[in-house]
Structure formats: structure tokens, C-alpha cells
Design a protein around this ligand. Structure first.
Ligand code: PMV
Length: 325
């Protein structure tokens, strides 16, 4: 009863910030994302009578806070098949976690697929996405391939992500610039609860349906300038809600601000590149494939950029025969 799954984190182009149901992790609006090809979480889960308790190892460490959340998720999955078997879970990220690169999206997507497969459950993509969402909202978008949309819904069964364009729909790169390895001080889960305290939250919500439709048209027509301007403005809109919530959430570091300004400067000099940022200091730079090399050379000259990860749009979560133990 052992299975391994590999998932890619996703980056939202239209973000999910705020929930209408905390327990079910139902978002207050729909969102759109892409899966990131060079970043992975690999997770092996084994259920066995030999285990007297659940053993959780993430990135070679036994992390107790996060273990709690993993065990809760295992419990939800065990309930489906009425199993009391304990599990060993080993999970490895090939990228920094808790710095804004959405390791919880790939983490809970991989955990969901590995654990359900290990228990012999045969679930549809939609059911896996619903289940992954209960672990971490954005994880539902790492299940389907390519460009994903997570619908706004009022029920748990209705709240899942599906693919709206295949991974090779458009030659877009997402170049991640890690500006610091410092872990964020307020987790995304805690931060989400504060969204509605911002005076700007209602205004943001009122615009979301229109934004979802507009972005889908832009992606269909592959207009990169409109795409970049839209995605960057959306990220800043979400951060405006974060910064003005009570207490305020400022996830940026000095390096984040330096790089945002630098990207705008490069744009003014003729290189079309745009940024998006999640809950953390690291930056995603969206750029057409033909300009990636130029961007990487420029990033390499910046002392404050510690690591660069060059992604294309990738597949969803899949199983693997190479187990971690
Ligand atoms: O899924 P969570 O609870 O980790 O929240 C994700 C929040 C953002 O990354 C900021 C936005 C998003 O839609 O991914």
C-alpha cells in the first residue's frame, strides 16, 4: 500500500484571497493559474499495520506544525475508505518552501494523489481536485494539466479546478527570482482569514467575474502585452488588500521591491516582462520564451537575486514508480 506522486506548484494569474467557508476552503472568487514545469513536490505515502502512528517527513525534517495539517488531510482520505491504517509520508520539494512559491499547492496535490492511490481509491480528476482543495485551496489547481481555472462555487463538490488550455497553448515562461530564503512570518492560511478586514476587499470582489472573463479572452488571443499588464495589476490589487487588512500583511522584502522596480525599468527599455507575487518575497516574472535568455542574463547581474528557476507551463499531478523510501 505504497504510492508516489509528483506535483508542480501553480502560480495564480487571477488570485484567490479570501474564503467564504473556512472549513471547506471555499474561495470568495474564482481563479486562474498555470502549473510550473521545473518545480516539483515528490511525495511517497505508505499505509501499513506496522505503523502505530503517522510519520511525516518534509524536506528531510520532521516538521510538527505542518505534520498536523498533513495528518488532518490523511484523516479525510482515510474516512472515504473507512480505514484506520497509519501512514508514513515522505515529501521533498526541489525549490524553497514558505518564501512565496506555493509549496502548499504542489504539496497537497501530491499528497492527495499519493495517499488515494496507496489506498487503492480510483478517483476522477475532479474528485482529486476537490480533495486537494480541502488540504490547501490552491492545491486544487495543481491537479489538472496546463492552465487551470478554479470555479467559484457554493458547495464542496462544485469547488474544483479544471484545465482551460493545454500546457502548450502558448509559449510563456515563468521565471522565478528568489530574493531571500527568509520564511514568511504569517502563513497563507492565517493571512486568508484577514482578507475581509480590508476596506478594499469588496471593491476587489466586485471586479472578479469580469476579470476572469477578460483574462480568458486575453489568453485565447495570446496578446502578451495585455496579458502581462493584466496579471501584474491583479497581483498588486491582491497585495493592496493584504497591505490594508487588519493587522496588515506585508509579504515583500527589500529585494522584492527592488526587483519590481527593475522589471518596470527593463520594460521601459524595451523588454516585455511582467511580475506576479504570492504570499512571500519571491517574484514570478512572466515573459515570452523568445526573451527568456535576455532576462536570465539581466537577473544574473543582480546581487540580490539568489536563485533563478526557469519554468514553462506544465502538466498536472501524476504518479511515479520511483518511491522516496
Ligand atoms: O491555497 P493557499 O491557502 O496557499 O492560498 C494561496 C494564496 C495565493 O497564492 C496568494 C493566491 C493563489 O490563488 O494562489
Amino acid at each position: 500500500m505504497k504510492a508516489t506522486a509528483i506535483a508542480h506548484p501553480n502560480v495564480a494569474l487571477i488570485k484567490y484571497w479570501g474564503r467564504k467557508d473556512e472549513k471547506l476552503r471555499l474561495p470568495t472568487n474564482g481563479s486562474i493559474s498555470i502549473n510550473l514545469s521545473e518545480m516539483t513536490t515528490t511525495t511517497t505515502v505508505e499505509f501499513s499495520e506496522n505503523y502505530k502512528s503517522d510519520h511525516i517527513q518534509i524536506d528531510k525534517q520532521n516538521l510538527f506544525d505542518e505534520a498536523d495539517r498533513v495528518i488532518k488531510h490523511l484523516d479525510q482520505i482515510r474516512t472515504i475508505v473507512n480505514s484506520a491504517l497509519k501512514a508514513k509520508v515522505v515529501s521533498e520539494n526541489n525549490f524553497p518552501s514558505s518564501t512565496g512559491l506555493s509549496s502548499s499547492s504542489s504539496g497537497f496535490a501530491a499528497l492527495t494523489v499519493a495517499a488515494t492511490t496507496a489506498l487503492g481509491l480510483k478517483l476522477s480528476e475532479k474528485q482529486l481536485s476537490v480533495l486537494a482543495r480541502l488540504g490547501s485551496g490552491s492545491a486544487c489547481r495543481s491537479i489538472p494539466d496546463g492552465w487551470g481555472e478554479w470555479n467559484d462555487a457554493d458547495t464542496s463538490e462544485g469547488s474544483y479546478a479544471h484545465s482551460i488550455f493545454p500546457k502548450d497553448h502558448w509559449d510563456i515562461a515563468d521565471v522565478v527570482a528568489v530574493v531571500s530564503s527568509e520564511k514568511k512570518d504569517i502563513s497563507t492560511s492565517k493571512g486568508q482569514k484577514l482578507a475581509q478586514t480590508s476596506p478594499f476587499f469588496e471593491a476587489r470582489q466586485a471586479s472578479m467575474n469580469h476579470k476572469l472573463n477578460t483574462l480568458k479572452i486575453i489568453i485565447t488571443n495570446k496578446n502578451f502585452q495585455k496579458f502581462g499588464e493584466f496579471v501584474e495589476a491583479e497581483a498588486l490589487n491582491m497585495h493592496a488588500v493584504m497591505i490594508t487588512s487588519s493587522p496588515s500583511l506585508i509579504y515583500w522584502s527589500v529585494g522584492t521591491i527592488q526587483l519590481m522596480k527593475q522589471i518596470k525599468k527593463w520594460r521601459a527599455e524595451g523588454m516585455p516582462a511582467y511580475f506576479t507575487i504570492n504570499t512571500g518575497q519571491d517574484i514570478h516574472i512572466l515573459i515570452e520564451q523568445k526573451n527568456v535568455k535576455k532576462l536570465i542574463c539581466k537577473l544574473q547581474e543582480l546581487m540580490y537575486v539568489k536563485k533563478i528557476i526557469q519554468n514553462t507551463v506544465s502538466s498536472g499531478t501524476f504518479t511515479s514508480k520511483s518511491h522516496l523510501f
